[in-house]
Design a protein around this ligand. Structure first.
Ligand code: PMT
Length: 408
């Protein structure tokens, strides 16, 4: 896994309390380290009964803190310096007992002391038996924590350590990682910006079982949504059918047809600062969509196709009446005359920037993780980028978007 710019060299303190799900926190720490974060782990005495400190130490390459007043730790770290230095503190699993202590400002061990000294976001992942989770005391404590801005992730429903099923399982490491990324992003420069991103391909129904579609996987659009969210933006992701995992913290709008995507985009842009259309929207749809499955026959079948609405053109038409919308970025998927065709689309669709996407080679465009694009601005200036990961392309596009928003 590649480093995540937002987490690179960030100090993340992971507090582990006594619960069987502490083993999942090992995977979380590994994920954070791979993303480039500097991870310090604090184990309560109870947590150390479930997972040995050495496991965390080996993964994080940093000493694990277990005792509040160990002499070494007091000299090198200090009982509050870790909390003060933390860019983010994650408490996973967070038992009902620790949640109660956090809600009431206790500082009776290294973990709670660090949390009390932490000035930056705190994320808790509760894990407990359902009865404890349902207890009004736990609910009230969580309410207090939420009101103070603590980010609460989970718990999930499912199999519990007792053998019973119910709510109380700690969220999975991947979800916690995504939530941590989102919590960190809330202090980034785009927090007052709302961005609409479209992704994936549309499907135009022929009958209840068949459709006209394309090879878009949604990867480019999802990478853009993640990159904008990482900068703090409030993101609406409107996408066609895809198998990709949801982007944490992003408003997810699933559509199928070009018509539905058009309606969703027009509604979302009415109170947005920017639109990025990375979706591969069908240009044609079957003139009729039959209610029953079309029976095959030995004769040739002709399909009548009609044009779909061009979403970017519809946005352009309304643009004069929308003072908030400061930047519209389109893509142009091309196999020939890349820059000339893209320039034509840029002016026809009244775009501020177009991403000319070379889809003629196997390592660029549809479905793959890499992309080769040329960015062309409204003055006609073209910047050809080398082959990059879609995430890297997305970062560059969001850099350009920030410039456009500032300018307009
Ligand atoms: O999803 P991936 O597998 O990661 O692939 C990414 C991608 C190749 C789909 C993406 O990078 C890309 O190039 N998207 C645009 C594809 C496309 O439809 O290009 P176009 O040249 O046909 O359309 C030009 C622009 O008009 C695009 O921004 C498109 O979203 C928009 N459009 C198209 C048709 C339509 N009815 N309404 C539109 O707004």
């Amino acid at each position: 896994m590649k480093a995540v710019r937002l987490l690179l060299d960030k100090n993340i303190v992971v507090g582990v309390t006594g619960g069987i799900s502490a083993y999942k926190t090992v995977a979380l720490c590994s994920r954070l380290v791979k993303a480039g974060a500097l991870v310090d782990v604090i184990l309560t005495d109870a947590a150390a009964e479930f997972v040995r400190p050495l496991t965390f130490q080996a993964l994080t390459h940093r000493p694990v803190i277990t005792e509040m007043f160990s002499l070494l730790q007091e000299t090198e770290i200090g009982h509050v310096s870790l909390g003060k230095r933390a860019d983010l503190m994650i408490i996973a699993p967070a038992t009902a007992n620790t949640l109660a202590k956090l809600a009431h400002g206790f500082a009776d061990n290294m973990l709670t002391t660090t949390a009390l000294a932490c000035r930056n976001p705190i994320l808790v992942a509760p894990a407990m038996e359902t009865a404890m989770w349902d207890n009004p005391a736990t609910r009230a404590n969580l309410q207090i924590l939420r009101q103070r801005g603590v980010c609460v992730v989970g718990p999930a429903e499912g199999h519990l350590a007792s053998g019973a099923s119910g709510t109380g399982r700690m969220s999975e490491p991947e979800e916690l990682f995504r939530a941590a990324r989102w919590a960190m992003s809330r202090r980034q420069p785009m927090t007052d910006v709302r961005v609409v991103v479209s992704a994936g391909g549309t499907q135009e129904a022929i009958d209840p079982v068949r459709f006209i579609g394309n090879h878009s996987s949604g990867k480019m659009g999802y990478a853009l949504a993640q990159a904008a969210s990482d900068r703090g933006a409030d993101v609406v992701l409107i996408h066609g059918p895809t198998s990709l995992a949801k982007v944490y913290g992003v408003e997810d709008v699933a559509v199928e047809s070009a018509e539905k995507m058009c309606a969703a985009v027009l509604e979302a842009v009415s109170d947005a600062d920017a639109l990025i259309m990375a979706a591969a929207v069908a240009d044609y749809r079957p003139a009729t969509n039959t209610a029953h499955k079309i029976k095959k026959s030995d004769r040739t079948m002709n399909l009548n196709l009609v044009r779909t609405q061009d979403i970017l053109s519809a946005v352009a038409k309304n643009r004069d009446g929308n003072n908030r919308l400061k930047a519209v970025i389109g893509f142009a998927a091309e196999t020939e005359s890349l820059v000339a065709n893209a320039r034509d689309k840029l002016s026809r669709k009244r775009l501020d920037l177009i991403v000319a996407n070379n889809v003629s080679s196997d390592d660029s465009g549809f479905s793959v993780d890499t992309n080769r694009v040329t960015l062309i601005d409204s003055a006609g200036k073209a910047d050809e980028l080398p082959l990059l990961q879609k995430q890297e392309v997305a970062e560059i596009i969001i850099d350009r978007l920030m410039g456009l928003i500032k300018r307009n």
